[in-house]
Design a protein around this ligand. Sequence first.
Ligand SMILES: [Zn+2]
Length: 300
Amino acid sequence: MNKYFKNSEKLLRIAESKIKNEIISYEEMISATLFFGIGIESLMKGIIYDVNPVYVYEVASFSNAMAVVYKEKIKVNNIVKNHEQIKKPNENVINFSKAFSRAEHLSKTTHEHKKAIYRLKDARDIIAHCPIDDFDLLKEDRLKNILNQFHILVSLYEKELNLKFIESEVDESEATSHLLNIQTKIQERIAESKQIWNSKKDDANHIQGANIQTMTMDATHPDTDNSYLIECPACSKEAVLFVNEDYAMDEHGNYFVENFYVQNLSCFFCNFRVIEAEEIDYMKLHEKERVIYQGSGQTQ
Ligand SMILES: [Zn+2]
């Protein structure tokens, strides 16, 4: 276990000890969520560290890596000695967002639970950076949803990495029934939306309203930001995927989109909606291909 994994184990076990109480106060939920968040952050850094310790740092240049990670390897103190970065190395490690963007390429669990991890990051950020009075952003239900996923998510990482982070075990049947539960809920709503679409597809007013709402959400529309269209999983018309983008700065000071997260899916033709993080991840909405708005009320 590398040092980030060991750290993650300690942090996740603190969260685990709080969650295992049957009755858990709001303050304990806040604390468990914080330790869950920083535990997963450290776990993702551990994944990156195992590929190359240099990638855990904000500045991954040769001279900085030499000064921060491989100091003992420097044998000749001539050119490197006078190098600015060697004199003043940047020892900052990457933040949650950067760790996530890197670990996503290296770990299936990270990629497949993108939205759930983003939701966790959001809660962690509120706890770490907002005044306590603003915690009403973190309603009890939201914390419960986050903490409900603790054992499932950590056990998926344990399986993927062949490591043990927490004491408790999640058995196969528990994980399967969790997934089945999500699947059933989605299938029920898809069936419902299909019926809605069947009853409304010949209603010219409905089609016109849906067309207008959808068209203005298309990424090619000049007023539209943070949304684009995909094929609706229920009615096959165009549905709107609302996304959040995470920006980072390159070495020349220019901002670029480092990662994006699905906020929700809404179809104005059949009323199908997906909001819950687990459902967004289960349906792999981050991977759906964009479609171009067709602009017609014709059914398939
Ligand atoms: Zn639809």
